[in-house]
Design a protein. Structure first.
Lengths: 165, 780
């Protein structure tokens, strides 16, 4: 067992973990964060995407012990219990989700892209949006609604001038 | 049948009520279920495709350093899943819960290991040694018909599991009258539904009330309960099956699997809750596979280009076991049934069979055999048009069914559709693409192709359809119970399971229209046999048509009671009362009304104010069976592809759908279902393929090898609706959940054939295939 300290969704916690434990499992079971989903456990589907020090990473390809001292954010921290982040709201209004299993991973993977486009005040082409989600697999939506959600979130934020709806 | 009066919510783009929990991380999928003192199961799985088990040695577990328990077939006795159809032409087999005597495919469960931590359980399962004697492998359809190879099951005469026929009309006459006979062989590869959440099971036995509770990531909790009851000989009344949030199903989770029997059995045996969560490798190896068809078709066509008759020989590579409750006969039988399609001809003969091989078993996946059948049917239509020198759309229009109801060659009755209109609409939408494709024919480096697929889908078929098939599912109805609480809020307990279809929203829309309240005041509950009425679950494109019908009918019964109470209070006639906007008002004088929540309170709390003789309470139930032959949705799909001949690289530029599923409950959700289905169909057409080597070792057991459609290669999907309501379901809705997945393989293959001027006879049309097909244009 190895002692580590993680800052998860703004709260620091120390715990002892086996070195082999995946960050995804530790977030799910030690921190009770059920929004972290495991879709393949081999880094190919993006369901388990979380932010480590603000950067989207696959928590199934990361050991918890590698995250000593790092700040981790999961979908639970993004828009609160009512999913109020502009991108979450756009997923809802544009039907960017069906079963919802891949959704937290898409949200976490796409937030930095939405923020970057918003700060540049630029509406990306569909090809760029699709490229930005190329590390994530959705089996339900055919991606159409997710592309629309990204456009809407960027458009709304450019119009509203805020990062949160 | 009654239609919704003055629909306010049906047909509206209501945003989904289920989204907030899914977006915020609050949803609870199977792996989020934990119970105190829970054990974790890891499976020991077959590593060879065909072998006799000589022994299972688990002695190394004593040195694991932590407590473990191991179970094999010897511990289970004769527990097995029986998925048989009572046909004389079907050979009997059972699937043991753990491999017994023989292993029949790589990934088959052989032993179960329990430990108090999932990592430890997996460690321990690697310490179990299975000793075996290899047997010759039956690896292909042709090997399955090779008498020199062993049969998969003792006592079988051959590896042909089932062979039957369907026919109608005079095929000899059609052949004799034909000016053209076109014979082709088409095949579609093995692939699967692959939901993003795999399967998983948790079970817990409570000795206090003797209830065995089973959580399973399933599409049909009641069917799991019935199968469990039969296999474990356990009363259904003391079995509770819960499907929590389910991360996609697509038919894959519409079978009962060995683990769904084994985990509850272990919970009872050990006296502790037990959990198993499938990993992706297990899913790709050993959950069901789908498709894997070969169709030999022979069409008889008149000199004028009229289709006179069709002969078909259909083979499905079923893999090892017959799956419950649709069986090995389901997949090939569906091809035989649906090949006549939307075309008017009256001579047909299909022979269809499923053969056993040492591969993962075939089961249901969105469309169930229809993607393969439509691939063959629609490739054949293009091949005939090509041979006769006719435009493919004109050739279809010449043969399309235009008069309804239409009795097809097998006696199935098609209700009214928009077959010709859909083709004509698509012809308009494609005009510019077709011109561009024609112009590109002069190029040997860059070709554009346009292909269409025209098809119908029998949906929401009722009990008679399953009786005809003598299949263990036996029936096809959906039930709903609607109740109103004293505060005027409504609850719908629905016998379906919502795993992405938006039923918590659409069913609330339906109930709200009948009850005159807002959809947000309707709580739709589902997926738990304790609180929902018995139903077959969510599959077979029956949610809107039958689920919606059940909710509408039950809610209308409740509304009648509300109207009667309101009439009593307003001293009016019940038929003069209209419900809407939370009020029961006089039709003739909207100013005279009673609030619906007041009526609810009277019915449940102040019964003294009810009309004399009326019983208290506000609850109604209805079980909605489907029409005997189902109701037929129709669609035309079109693909526009661009192929770079020097590299063989194909880009799917445009995909268009014109579809008719009758009345649409929620256009946002309907479009989402179509688009999601289409992209799965694009995966079938271009990417996804389970590959086995000659020893039947699976070569595609990760997402690095099994290629799922990802956003960059997928275009936006254009969807156009034509609405032909059916009179066969209460709301005029036809089924639409599967249709999206049915057409793409055919449309894309026809586009490739058009672009390259070649015959396309198989899928997937991946990079290698398109490279080979474009060889002639490169002068190779």
């Amino acid at each position: 067992m190895t002692d580590i300290t993680l800052e998860v969704n703004g709260t620091e916690k120390s715990l002892a973990v086996e070195p082999r434990r995946l960050l995804a499992d530790v977030l799910r079971h030690e921190f009770g964060l059920s929004g972290v989903h495991i879709g393949c456990a081999h880094g190919a589907c993006g369901c388990c995407t979380v932010h480590i020090d603000g950067v989207p990473k696959l928590s199934c390809l990361t050991f918890a012990v590698q995250c000593e001292g790092k700040a981790i954010a999961t979908v639970e921290s993004v828009g609160g219990p009512n999913a109020e982040h502009a991108l979450q709201q756009a997923f809802k209004s544009e039907h960017g989700l069906q079963c919802g299993y891949c959704t937290p991973g898409f949200v976490m993977a796409l937030i930095p892209f939405v923020e970057a486009m918003t700060s540049q005040r630029r509406m990306p082409e569909d090809d760029e949006i699709r490229e930005a989600m190329s590390g994530n697999i959705c089996r339900c939506t055919g991606y159409h609604g997710i592309v629309a959600a990204v456009r809407k979130a960027i458009g709304d934020q450019i119009a509203g001038g805020s990062n949160r709806s | 049948m009654t239609r919704a009066e003055n629909p306010r919510h049906i047909g509206a783009r209501v945003l989904r009520f289920e989204d907030v929990r899914l977006l915020s991380g609050a949803a609870r999928y199977l792996d989020d279920i934990t119970r105190p003192n829970m054990l974790h199961m890891s499976m020991v799985r077959a590593q060879v495709a065909h072998a006799t088990i000589l022994g299972i040695d688990s002695s190394a577990l004593a040195d694991a350093g932590f407590p473990t328990q191991v179970f094999t077939a010897d511990d289970l006795g004769s527990l097995s899943i029986k998925a048989h159809q009572d046909y004389p032409q079907m050979q009997y087999s059972e699937q043991p819960i753990l491999a017994s005597g023989k292993m029949r495919f790589v990934g088959e469960p052989v032993a179960a290991v329990l430990a108090d931590d999932p990592y430890k359980a997996e460690d321990a399962s690697e310490l179990v040694f299975v000793d075996y004697d290899p047997l010759p492998v039956v690896g292909t359809m042709d090997q399955a018909r090779d008498a020199s190879l062993p049969t998969l099951f003792d006592g079988w005469k051959s590896n042909v599991i089932v062979e039957r026929e369907m026919k109608g009309g005079d095929l000899d006459k059609a052949r004799a009258e034909a000016a053209h006979i076109i014979r082709r062989t088409y095949s579609t590869q093995r692939q699967a539904g692959v939901p993003m959440e795999g399967r998983g099971v948790v079970a817990e036995y409570n000795p206090a009330d003797r209830v065995l509770t089973v959580w399973s990531s399933t599409q049909f909790p009641h069917i799991v309960r019935t199968c469990l009851s039969e296999v474990l000989n356990w009363p259904e009344s003391r079995l509770r099956v819960i499907a929590p949030d389910v991360g996609g199903g697509f038919g894959v989770k519409g079978q009962v699997y060995p683990e769904e029997i084994l985990v509850p059995w272990l919970a009872v045996k050990t006296g502790r809750p037990v959990k198993w969560v499938e990993d992706r490798r297990e899913h790709l190896m050993a959950s069901i596979h789908a498709r894997d068809h070969r169709h030999v078709l022979e069409a008889y066509v008149s000199a004028e280009g009229r289709l006179l008759g069709l002969k078909a020989d259909v083979t499905v590579d079923n893999g090892a076991y017959s799956t419950y409750p649709f069986t090995s006969a389901g997949e090939p039988g569906m091809v035989g049934k649906v090949l006549p399609g939307p075309y008017d001809f009256q001579a047909y003969h299909a022979v269809y069979r499923a053969v056993a091989t040492n591969k993962c078993s075939i089961g249901t996946y969105r469309g169930v055999a229809r993607p393969s059948a439509v691939f063959s049917q629609e490739r054949l239509m293009d091949d005939i048009a090509e041979e006769l020198g006719l435009d493919p759309i004109e050739f279809r229009l010449k043969n399309i069914i235009r008069e309804f109801p239409y009795k097809n060659v097998l006696g199935f009755s098609y209700d009214k559709g928009s077959y010709a209109e859909s083709l004509e609409k698509m012809r308009e939408l494609l005009a510019a693409d077709r011109t561009e494709a024609e112009a590109s024919k002069v190029s040997t480096t860059r070709r554009v192709g346009v292909g269409i697929a025209c098809f119908i889908e029998q949906t929401a078929h009722g009990t008679p359809d399953f009786i005809r098939r003598r299949v263990p599912i036996e029936t096809g109805y959906i039930a709903a119970r609607v109740e109103m609480e004293p505060d005027g809020q409504a609850i719908v307990d629905l016998g379906m399971q919502n795993h992405g279809q938006g039923l918590e929203t659409t069913m609330a829309q339906v109930a709200a229209d009948a009850l005159g309240i807002d959809p947000k005041d309707v709580f739709v509950r589902h997926g738990d046999t304790l609180m929902t009425p018995y139903s077959v679950g969510t599959w077979g494109s029956r949610g809107a048509a039958l689920g919606g019908g059940a909710v509408h009918t039950a809610a209308t019964q409740l509304a009648d009671k509300l109207r009667a109470i309101a009439a009593h209070l307003l001293q009016a006639k019940a038929e003069d009362i209209v419900l809407g906007g939370g009020k029961a008002s006089l039709k003739a004088d909207a100013g005279r009304f009673v609030e619906i929540r007041k009526l609810a309170r009277i019915a449940l709390r102040n019964a003294d104010q009810m009309p004399e003789g009326m019983t208290p309470g506000l609850e109604a139930s209805f079980s909605q069976d489907g029409p005997a032959d189902g109701t037929y949705s129709n669609a035309v799909h079109a693909a526009v592809v661009e192929i770079d001949v020097p590299t063989g690289k194909m880009k799917l530029r445009r995909f268009v759908v014109v579809e008719d599923c009758g009345v649409v409950l929620n256009p946002m959700i309907a479009d989402g279902q179509v688009r999601g289905g289409v992209v799965q169909g694009i995966g079938s057409a271009m990417l996804e393929h389970f590959v086995y080597d000659a020893e039947c070792q699976p070569l595609t057991t990760s997402f690095a090898d099994y290629l799922m459609p990802q956003a960059p290669e997928i275009p936006n999907i254009e969807v156009h609706h034509i609405v032909t309501p059916t009179s066969l379901t209460p709301l005029g809705a036809k089924g639409m959940g599967e249709g999206g997945a049915i057409g793409p393989a055919a449309a894309i293959a026809n586009a490739v054939a058009d672009a390259l001027d070649v015959q396309v006879t198989s899928t997937p049309l991946n990079g290698n295939a398109v490279w080979r097909l474009s060889a002639a244009l490169r002068g190779e």
